[in-house]
Design a protein. Structure first.
Length: 596
C-alpha cells in the first residue's frame, strides 16, 4: 500500500476583520465555491475510490482534482495541501520553533482494582475508575469491545492539569487498569478526545490497530499522541499549530469506519473561525492535509461521521448565537462543504454545547440528530432537531425539561446501517442547584425514550459532570462521568440500569391512568404503564415503606400518549414498595411487592 510520509503545510491565512453580513458570523473575504461539472465528476469518483479502498485510483484522482482546481480556481487548489511551487515539505510538522517537544509516555503505574467492592462507591454498581481530579474525560470502544477512557487531571487529586491518563477495561467495565500516561513537561492540558483506530466494529481484523489521543494544551496547538494498542508506546505530532496570535481553543474529531484504512477529520476554531483538517487515509492519523477555513465564526464545535464519506458538523455562531448544522458528502473535501443550515435563530448564548450524531447509512439516507442546550432565561434545558432520512432539518423540539439539563453526549455504534443512538446528560436543580445526577436517553431511529437516571444523586452543586456514552455488543449502553468538584471518574453499564421508558404506539388517551405493575409480585423487574391525555411534565418515582425515595423513573416533559417503564430492583431487598406518578393535577400511588 502506498504510504505518504509527508506533512503538508497550511496554505490558508486567518482573517481577523469581520463583517456584519447575514448572521454576523461570516469571515471577511470568504467566498462560496462554485464546483465545475468536470470536478464534480472527479469528486464522485474519488469518493467511490475511498469507499472501495482503491488507493492507487485514489491517489491518481487526487492529483487530477488538484490540477483541475489549479485551472478552474487556483485559490481553491491551495486548499488541498500543496505549497506554492507544487512540492511537499517532508519536515514541517506545524510546531513553532521553541515549543515543547519532549513528552513522558511511560505509564506511572498499572493498577487493577483489588476487589469489586473497592470500586463500588455509589448506589447500584457505579464503579470508580480513579479517585483523582478529572477536568475533562473522553471514552471510545475498540472493535473487540475494549473500553478506553482518557482523563485530564492528577491521581493525587490536585488541581494541576499537567497529566493525561488513559485507562482500559477489557471485561465490559467490571475492572480497569491504567493503560498509559502522557505528561507535557509542565504544560497544562485543556481538552482531550480519544479515538480507537482499529477498523469498524464487526469488520475484518487488521494488523494496524492504534489508539489516537487528541488534545489541546493551554497556550496553543492541537496535538496527537498515537500508539499501537499492543505496544503502549506513544509517538507525538502536531495536527494544528498556532498561527500568529491564534491557536485552536476548541476541536471535535471523528473518523470513517473502513476496516483497513482510516481517515480522521478534525474541526477546530482559531481566532473563533471554524476550520477543518483531515488525515491522509492510509497514514493512520499520521499525515494531516487540506487544512482550510469554513468561512464562519463559531464555537461549541461538534462533528460526526455518517457512512461512505458523509460527515456532519454543528457550531454556534460566535456573534449571532445561532445554531448551525453543516454537511460534507466527500470525507471533508475542502470544496465539498454545503452551505450551513440555521437550525435555531438566537442571540448570544441562546444555545450552546450542541452535539450532532448521524446514523451509519449512505447519504442522503442518514438520520441526523442535533441535541443542544437552550437558555430559558434562568437556566438551560435540552432541545433537539432532526434531519430525517432524505429530508431537511426540522424545527427544534423539547428533549428534556424542566430542572436544568446540560452537557449532552451522543454515540452511534460503528456498524453499517445502524440507526440506534445512545445519549447521556447532566441534570441538576434549576439554577445549577442540587441535587445532580446523570441521566440516559435512547433513540430507536424514530423517537427518543424518556430519560432514566443512571447515577446516584449528589447534593453538591458542583458535582457530576462531563458525561460520556458508548455501546458494547448486544445493545449494552455504557456511561462514564466525572464526580463532584471534578474529583473521581465513575463508570456504569446499562445492565445495571434501574429502568427504561418507551412510548407504546396507540391513539391519544382521553384520561390519565396509572396501571398496576406487572408482574406483581415480581423478581427482579417489573413493568409500569401509564397514560397522559396531554403534554405535561411527568414525575414517576419509587419509594420504600418509610417514604424514602428509591428511584426516579421519569422526570421530564412528555407528549400525550401511553408509556411503559421497566423497573429493575436487582439491588433492593424483598418487601413492599410504592410508585407514584404526578402529571398536571393528576397524582396517584400504587403498591408493588418485590419477592426474592
Amino acid at each position: 500500500m502506498k504510504q505518504l510520509i509527508v506533512v503538508f503545510t497550511f496554505l490558508f491565512s486567518i482573517c481577523s476583520v469581520l463583517i456584519n453580513a447575514q448572521s454576523g458570523d461570516m469571515v471577511s473575504g470568504s467566498k462560496s465555491i462554485v464546483v465545475p461539472e468536470n470536478i464534480k465528476s472527479l469528486i464522485q469518483q474519488i469518493t467511490d475510490a475511498e469507499s472501495n479502498e482503491d488507493w492507487n485510483l485514489y491517489y491518481q484522482l487526487r492529483e487530477q482534482i488538484i490540477q483541475a482546481w489549479q485551472e478552474a480556481d487556483p485559490e481553491v487548489a491551495k486548499l488541498y495541501g500543496t505549497v506554492s511551487d507544487g512540492t511537499f515539505d517532508p519536515t514541517a510538522d506545524g510546531m513553532p520553533e521553541g515549543s515543547p517537544k519532549q513528552f513522558d509516555n511511560k505509564p506511572e503505574e498499572s493498577i487493577l482494582f483489588e476487589t469489586p467492592a473497592q470500586s463500588k462507591v455509589l448506589w447500584g454498581d457505579d464503579l470508580m475508575i480513579t479517585s483523582g481530579s478529572a477536568y475533562d474525560i473522553s471514552m471510545d470502544i475498540s472493535r473487540n469491545g475494549e473500553i478506553f477512557l482518557a482523563v485530564i487531571g492528577r491521581k493525587d487529586g490536585s488541581s494541576t492539569k499537567d497529566s493525561l491518563y488513559i485507562y482500559k477495561s477489557d471485561d465490559g467495565g467490571l475492572s480497569w487498569l491504567q493503560w498509559g500516561y502522557i505528561g507535557l513537561g509542565g504544560q497544562l492540558f485543556s481538552k482531550v478526545e480519544i479515538m480507537c483506530f482499529d477498523g469498524q466494529i464487526g469488520g475484518a481484523s487488521t494488523q494496524e490497530s492504534y489508539l489516537l489521543v487528541f488534545y489541546t494544551f493551554e497556550g496553543g496547538w492541537l496535538r496527537l499522541a498515537k500508539s499501537e494498542m499492543a505496544s503502549q508506546n506513544f509517538t507525538y505530532q502536531t495536527v494544528v499549530g498556532s498561527s500568529g496570535s491564534g491557536y485552536p481553543t476548541d476541536f471535535a474529531v471523528d473518523r470513517n469506519n473502513s476496516s483497513t484504512n482510516y481517515r480522521a477529520i478534525c474541526l477546530y476554531d482559531s481566532l473563533n473561525v471554524v476550520k477543518c483538517i483531515r488525515s491522509e487515509p492510509s497514514s493512520y492519523g499520521t499525515v494531516w492535509q487540506d487544512a482550510h477555513s469554513l468561512g464562519f465564526l463559531g464555537r461549541d464545535i461538534d462533528f460526526c461521521y455518517g457512512w461512505n464519506g458523509a460527515v456532519y458538523a454543528s457550531y454556534n455562531g460566535f456573534n449571532s448565537g445561532n445554531l448551525y448544522a453543516r454537511e460534507n458528502t466527500d470525507y471533508g473535501d475542502p470544496a465539498s462543504w454545503i452551505t450551513h443550515v440555521t437550525v435555531v435563530d438566537g442571540s448570544t448564548d441562546t444555545t450552546r454545547h450542541g452535539q450532532i450524531i448521524a446514523s451509519r447509512e449512505d447519504d442522503p439516507n442518514n438520520i441526523v440528530a442535533l441535541v443542544f442546550e437552550k437558555s430559558n432565561g434562568s437556566s438551560y434545558d435540552l432541545y433537539w432537531a432532526l434531519r430525517p432520512s432524505g429530508g431537511s432539518w426540522g424545527s427544534m423540539q423539547t428533549w428534556v425539561v424542566p430542572e436544568e439539563n446540560k452537557w449532552p453526549a451522543l454515540y452511534s455504534r460503528k456498524t453499517d446501517g445502524n440507526q440506534i443512538f445512545k445519549s447521556v446528560f447532566e441534570q441538576s436543580g434549576t439554577g445549577n442547584a442540587a441535587p445532580r445526577s446523570i441521566r440516559y436517553k435512547g433513540f430507536n431511529g424514530t423517537s427518543w425514550t424518556g430519560s432514566v437516571q443512571v447515577s446516584d444523586t449528589t447534593t453538591d452543586v458542583t458535582g457530576l459532570q462531563r458525561p460520556e456514552v458508548g455501546e458494547l455488543a448486544g445493545d449494552v449502553a455504557i456511561y462514564a462521568f466525572a464526580g463532584a468538584n471534578s474529583l473521581g471518574v465513575y463508570f456504569d453499564n446499562s445492565s445495571w440500569t434501574p429502568s427504561d421508558v418507551s412510548e407504546i404506539p396507540s391513539n391519544i388517551p382521553t384520561e390519565y391512568l396509572l396501571e398496576q405493575n406487572y408482574p406483581n409480585p415480581f423478581n427482579p423487574s417489573t413493568t409500569i404503564k401509564f397514560r397522559i391525555p396531554e403534554g405535561s411534565y411527568v414525575s414517576l418515582k419509587v419509594y420504600n415503606v418509610l417514604g424514602k425515595e428509591i428511584a426516579t423513573l421519569v422526570s421530564e416533559e412528555m407528549n400525550a400518549g401511553t408509556y411503559e417503564v421497566n423497573f429493575d430492583a436487582s439491588n433492593l431487598s424483598s418487601g413492599v414498595y410504592f410508585y407514584k406518578i404526578e402529571s398536571g393535577n393528576f397524582v396517584k400511588t400504587n403498591k408493588m411487592i418485590l419477592m426474592k
